[in-house]
Design a protein around this ligand. Structure first.
Ligand code: CO
Length: 160
């Protein structure tokens, strides 16, 4: 299992780089390790910066099992937004309400090199938006309307 980096580590605030060498063995190994780490930590999503790599890779636990998305991009967003509670493995014990697009369209590569496009609704859309934010150095506490549980020890960045 990989070590999960927690807030306020600066790695979480960096913008992650596009993966150029999708077919490399190291990338495949990394996605497998990230999935293992997510499942062992009872997470529904994990982004590469959270394990110390500033690369555009996220893993999500879906109803059909875990998937890894490489260089994911949101290409379409619903007008409607929905408020929901979020937590993060990098902010243990902290939960808050965040407004997210209800439905999104995602274009991404898979670990086998294929490029796909799919629509994600509801919780699936929320998790993807949360994880892609990680790739841009954004945490849910930057967007939360209200912390519902726990507290943030150091508020390193307040966005208005
Ligand atoms: Co998170």
């Amino acid at each position: 299992m990989l070590k999960i980096i927690t807030y306020p580590n600066k790695i979480l605030r960096q913008k992650s780089k596009i993966v150029e060498n999708i077919n490399d063995k190291e990338i495949k190994l990394l996605t497998r390790e990230m999935i293992k780490t997510m499942l062992k930590s009872d997470g529904i999503g994990l982004a590469a910066p959270q394990i110390g790599k500033n690369l555009r890779i996220i893993v999500i636990n879906t109803e059909d099992g875990p998937i890894a998305l490489i260089n994911p991009k949101i290409t379409k967003k619903s007008l409607f937004k929905e408020l929901g509670e979020e937590g993060c493995l990098s902010l243990p014990g902290v939960f808050g309400l965040v407004k997210r697009h209800k439905k999104i369209r995602v274009k991404t590569c898979l670990p086998d090199g294929r490029e796909i496009c799919f629509d994600a609704p509801g919780l699936f859309a929320r998790v993807i938006q949360h994880e892609i934010d990680h790739l841009d150095g954004i945490l849910f506490i930057d967007k939360t309307q209200k912390i519902t549980k726990g507290e943030i020890k150091i508020w390193d960045k307040i966005k208005k």
